[in-house]
Design a protein around this ligand. Structure first.
Ligand SMILES: [Zn+2]
Length: 128
């Protein structure tokens, strides 16, 4: 049996660096890169939990309540392009939650005040 281990990584385009007293720092110490590194581990955990094979498989991202149109749709991307597929121009905050082998993402942005939601699944690479 798999244990339901839960991992959460938050990624924000705005600097989230803080001073020792907890206030926001005027200088950035690389928080976005730190968060990206944490995300790399989380995505690796997801890939391992799903026996993901990058030669044969791709990632299907299903989104709901996206943009001000609150549209629904999906994208098929390479494993290495997951983050690119979820980021926006402008301010955003992405919350990745990995529970067991299930990965979901919440995106908050100016046009998505109540959040857009994404689920990721593995699919066989389509024939070229
Ligand atoms: Zn920062």
């Amino acid at each position: 049996m798999d244990t339901m281990e839960k991992q959460v990584v938050e990624l924000e385009n705005n600097c989230t660096c803080t001073n020792e007293d907890g206030s926001y720092s005027a200088d950035c110490f690389g928080c976005y890169d730190d968060a990206k590194n944490n995300l790399k581990y989380l995505l690796k955990g997801w890939a391992d939990a799903n026996n993901f094979d990058a030669d044969k498989q791709v990632v299907r991202i299903h989104g709901r309540a996206m943009t001000w149109l609150r549209s629904e749709g999906y994208a098929v991307v390479e494993f290495d392009s997951i983050l690119d597929a979820l980021t926006l121009n402008g301010d955003f905050r992405l919350t990745f939650t990995l529970e067991g082998s299930a990965l979901s993402v919440r995106r908050g942005s100016h046009d998505e005040p109540t959040g857009a939601y994404f689920t990721l699944s593995v699919m066989e690479r389509p024939e070229e």
